[in-house]
Design a protein around this ligand. Structure first.
Ligand SMILES: Cc1cc2nc3c(=O)[nH]c(=O)nc-3n(C[C@H](O)[C@H](O)[C@H](O)COP(=O)(O)OP(=O)(O)OC[C@H]3O[C@@H](n4cnc5c(N)ncnc54)[C@H](O)[C@@H]3O)c2cc1C
Ligand SMILES: NC(=O)c1ccc[n+]([C@@H]2O[C@H](COP(=O)([O-])OP(=O)(O)OC[C@H]3O[C@@H](n4cnc5c(N)ncnc54)[C@H](O)[C@@H]3O)[C@@H](O)[C@H]2O)c1
Length: 473
């Protein structure tokens, strides 16, 4: 028998975006229904951010043991237990899981239905035996690993981010197809956990980032023994468990024991029957306007399925935008100019706003680029993390983009995310007093690098100082 439900807000998908909408809307008094066909918490908790950062932490622990001698502590060969590293990953997920759980959301007053939803009309969604009619519907169904039709791929065993964290036998030699953030983070974690690793990248590894800062990371990863092959598009795959071969378009063949596919994402739209609701799609996901509304004015799409930047914090940001609009009827537009991202390799790679090339295109000769190297930061020297730099793209005193490669780049970018989000200027960063010795001083030194030539190489300043000194008692 069909169970008919009427609700203010129907959220489809209980991942980063959907959970943020559901929690916010329920706590503000809306009647909220939440559908989840898979695991509560979505990709980020179960197959993405959380397990990847946990495995990176295992790699970091092993790397520290193997590289302690520069600090006066003997190097040891780390005894890596790959299965136990995966236990650590499970345990980290388990610690975070309650926050995203059905229990917690029911406690907040959300009606949680554990089934996949599909549109049956422009205002109704069916999930199992339930037919839900909603005033507003939010599609937050995320994305899945893209598995391209490379000849032979179907015949060999391979992993994606959805299976990798369940793998318990340590790969002897991991082949990674795709040198984006998934590929590079997992390549380094595995290398540090004593696997041979080859990354096969069709174009440029870390190609969405600034090439100068990306190079710092790629050099470091190569220095750790990861073979990163660029301009090498995988065109054929063959072999069997433990003996896999990837052939690239130029005829090179790479051999390994395991294969990780990390060539991007596809939006989760197949199950939704979008046509029934008049919702259009593009190549990258559901078509949305600046307010994240789909072509059905009662339906929004947020997070990965909306086809823009694919990050947990973007899904959370989208949630805030549509809560304003769906609950309060206030105008709200999503923007990308102030959205940061970070890749958690060591050194880390972070970006907010425009890269140098984008800023040059947008601002031409008015652009000034200031740089400051980690090698001149005392804390970085003390900790022997001197590889890296910060670049700030400045137009008439206002930063329009920041690229950082180096230790804690993901933390350092926070300040610039604040600066860009609020239209602050370089003088505001220069006014800040940063505690010594912190890596964060790099941010202030970048502002210093902007003002130094104006102050120190400026004949006017010299004349004024000369005059004032003559008059001072
Ligand atoms: C390996 C990896 C590492 C990552 N690391 C980071 C990181 O460090 N930082 C970062 O910001 N981002 C990271 N990301 C990206 C991040 O995971 C995603 O951007 C984020 O999870 C997107 O949130 P979402 O709400 O759009 O989708 P999801 O979190 O994927 O949630 C969508 C949910 O919808 C459910 N669903 C799908 N279809 C239906 C349906 N028809 N009915 C009901 N439910 C449905 C799914 O089961 C899923 O639970 C990483 C991604 C990967 C793959
Ligand atoms: N730290 C983070 O925030 C983090 C970490 C992981 C993932 N993510 C998110 O997940 C998204 C997906 O990551 P991803 O790394 O899977 O995708 P991606 O699109 O960023 O990178 C995929 C790479 O695969 C390459 N490629 C495609 N087909 C190929 C082929 N046949 N042979 C060789 N190379 C090929 C592409 O040139 C590209 O460089 C990211 O864009 C990001 O939004 C974020």
């Amino acid at each position: 028998m069909t169970n008919k439900i009427k609700t203010d807000l129907l959220v489809i998908g209980a991942g980063s975006g959907g959970l943020s909408v559901a929690a916010g809307a329920a706590q503000m008094g809306a009647d909220v229904t939440l559908l989840e066909g898979g695991k509560m918490g979505g990709d980020c908790l179960n197959y993405g951010c959380v397990p990847s950062k946990a495995l990176i932490a295992s790699g970091k622990a092993a790397h520290a043991q193997a590289n302690a001698s520069p600090y006066g502590v003997a190097d040891v060969v780390p005894q890596v237990d790959y299965a136990k590293a995966k236990d650590h990953v499970r345990d980290v997920i388990a610690q975070i899981e309650p926050h995203d759980s059905q229990d917690r959301f029911e406690g907040l007053g959300v009606r949680v239905i554990r089934d996949y939803g599909q549109f049956i009309s422009d205002t109704e969604v069916q999930a199992g035996d339930h037919v839900i009619r909603a005033r507003r519907i939010i599609i937050a169904t995320g994305s899945s690993p893209l598995v391209p039709p490379i000849p032979g791929l179907k015949t060999v065993p391979y992993d994606t981010n959805e299976t990798l964290f369940d793998l318990r036998d340590k790969p002897d030699h991991l082949l990674v197809i795709g040198g984006g953030p998934v590929g590079m983070e997992m390549a380094q974690a595995h290398r540090r956990l004593d696997c041979k690793v080859t990354v096969i990248e069709g174009m440029k590894a870390l190609g969405k980032d600034d090439p100068e800062t990306a190079k710092v990371v790629l050099d470091a990863l190569r220095g750790e023994g990861i073979d990163i092959v660029e301009n090498a598009s995988a065109s054929e795959i063959r072999g069997s468990h433990g003996a896999i071969e990837v052939e690239t378009k130029d005829g090179r063949v790479f051999k390994g024991s395991h294969l990780l596919m990390a060539v991007g994402r596809k939006p989760n739209i197949d199950r939704l029957n979008l046509k029934a609701a008049g919702i259009e799609t593009t190549r990258s996901g559901i078509k949305v306007d600046a307010a994240l509304k789909t072509t059905n004015r009662r339906v929004y799409a947020i997070g990965d399925v909306a086809g823009g930047l694919q990050f947990t914090h973007v899904a959370g940001y989208h949630a805030g935008i549509i809560i304003r609009s769906a609950l309060f009827g206030l105008p709200a537009k999503a923007s990308t100019a102030h959205i940061p991202w970070a890749t958690y390799t060591a050194p880390e790679l972070a970006q907010v706003g425009l890269t140098e090339a984008q800023a040059r295109d947008a601002h031409g000769d008015t652009l000034e680029v200031v740089r400051f190297p980690f090698a001149q930061n005392d804390r970085a020297i003390a900790e022997r993390h001197t590889a890296g730099l910060i670049k700030v793209m400045v137009v008439r005193g206002r930063p329009v983009g920041v690229s950082i490669a180096g230790a804690q780049a993901g933390e350092l970018i926070n300040l610039w995310a604040l600066v860009l989000a609020n239209g602050l200027k370089m003088k505001h960063v220069a006014n800040m007093v940063a505690p010594y010795p912190t890596i964060g001083e790099i941010n202030k030194r970048a502002a210093g690098a902007y003002f130094s030539p104006r102050l120190f190489d400026n004949p006017k300043v010299k004349t004024i100082v000369g005059l004032v000194q003559r008059w001072l008692p």
